[in-house]
Design a protein around this ligand. Structure first.
Ligand SMILES: [Zn+2]
Ligand SMILES: [Zn+2]
Length: 419
């Protein structure tokens, strides 16, 4: 037999239903905020991510699935959603067609060739939002509060939002100079990755989980003290704005994000960390990226967004939340004789047509066996049709929780169950 590819995951039954549950809640929250859906392709030209996510980021240098098409062009399975959405907006001129600001939400699979481990799949599902054409902090605050409410709404416990500013083109270069000078003094104690990052992506050093790097990071200069007046004022406004909402949040001096395109506000969500393997990693994050639309050939358009990994969110949910499937629903048909199947097919069709969830196994095994299956099916009632009931076009309606049973005519089943 052929097995699934390493780092991939099949989802079925409870696992598929849990995912749908979180997605459904997320979708209604996004709609509540007035965002509209965008769905972009899984395959894009590799250049899109090189130019946006960043030439020197781990995602682009190590983790992207790329291949050549028959014309020799390099294509990639998308590692993240934001660049694809910016590409779609610029390509179709959505800012002209729909006017700004544009507010999108999305769900979809992303692909990263990482070492598979708990909570880190090579195909994972992201859910997120992007806002284009809103320069003020209100947009940052709306996206952050939406992200926070998404986690709370999904059932994650102890959600907190960490935020920071990583400055702008005017103030970040000077800070990076100071940061690199300070880190270089302890270069020999940095991990190999971080020594590499010093050359091409020094901010990422602050993100390193390596213990020896952590000690150095704790003494490194923080950007807060190097922000220009505009960025410092912006950060204060974000802090005040968040403070006015009921959100558990705090300014985290050393928070950075792994992608090149962020400017000013960056944030992460933490919470539900029962599992020590996952305690260090975020449930989601995002920030402002005011230059990306222009860099990808569009008009100068400020933007802010957020994304979160669906699998990571589900892993952080407490057991009770996972089993919260909303109670038993519908009926399970228990038919004892094959010659009754023809008429029961029509009955099942009528019940479903009336909106009643109807499960039927097409079995003629014993009453006891069929009731056993009914009990595990998630249905609230069994509709039992033996020879006697069949003759009178009736059924024994059995409440699978209490065991109570009563005779009901077929044409009254829906009404009886509604009442
Ligand atoms: Zn600045
Ligand atoms: Zn390191």
């Amino acid at each position: 037999m052929v097995n699934k590819v390493r780092g991939m995951q099949d989802n079925y039954m409870e696992s598929a239903e849990r995912r749908q549950g979180v997605v459904a809640r997320a979708r209604s929250l996004f709609e509540l905020y007035g965002y509209r859906e965008i769905d972009t392709p899984v395959i894009e030209f590799t250049e899109l991510f090189r130019r946006s996510t960043g030439e020197f980021t781990d995602i682009v240098t190590k983790e992207m699935y790329t291949f050549e098409d028959s014309k020799g062009r390099s294509l990639a399975l998308r590692p993240e959603g934001t660049p694809t959405i910016v590409r779609a907006m610029v390509e179709d001129g959505l800012q002209n067609k729909y006017g700004l600001p544009l507010k999108f939400y999305y769900f979809g699979p992303m692909f990263r060739h990482e070492r598979p481990q708990k909570g880190r799949l090579r195909q994972h599902t992201q859910m997120g939002v992007e806002v284009f054409g809103a320069a003020g902090v209100e947009a940052d605050i709306e996206v952050m509060s939406l992200a926070y409410r998404l986690m709370v709404g999904a059932g994650v416990k102890d959600v907190s939002l960490l935020f920071n500013s990583i400055g702008c083109a005017a103030c970040r270069p000077a800070y990076l100079g100071v940061l690199v000078d300070s880190l270089k003094k302890k270069q020999k104690d940095l991990c190999d990755n971080c020594r590499q990052r010093l050359e091409n992506n020094p901010l990422r050093v602050l993100d390193c989980k390596n213990e020896s790097c952590q000690t150095i990071i704790k003494e490194a200069p923080v950007i807060k003290n190097h922000l220009c007046d505009a960025c410092a004022g912006n950060l204060r406004e974000v802090e005040q704005g968040l403070g006015a909402l009921e959100i558990n949040c705090c300014l985290e001096d050393r928070l950075v994000r792994g992608l090149d395109y962020y400017t000013r506000t960056v944030f992460e969500l933490r919470g539900g960390a029962m599992d020590p393997d996952l305690a260090q990693s975020a449930l989601g994050g995002g920030g402002r990226y005011d230059n990306l639309v222009k860099e990808l050939g569009g008009p100068d358009t400020p933007a802010v967004g957020f994304s979160s990994g669906l699998e990571r969110v589900i892993l952080s949910l407490p057991e009770a939340e996972l089993d919260n499937t909303g109670g038993a629903l519908g009926v399970f048909l228990v038919v004892l004789q094959k010659e009754h199947f023809e008429r029961v097919t029509r009955l099942a069709d009528e019940l479903r047509g009336a909106g009643l969830k109807t499960i039927w196994d097409f079995s003629t095994s014993s009453l006891k066996k069929q009731l056993g299956r009914a009990g595990k099916s998630g249905a609230a009632h069994a509709v039992i049709i033996g020879p006697e009931e069949y003759a009178k076009q009736e059924a024994q309606l059995k409440d699978l929780a209490s065991g109570e049973q009563e005779k009901v005519a077929w044409d009254r089943l829906v009404k009886r169950l509604e009442g």
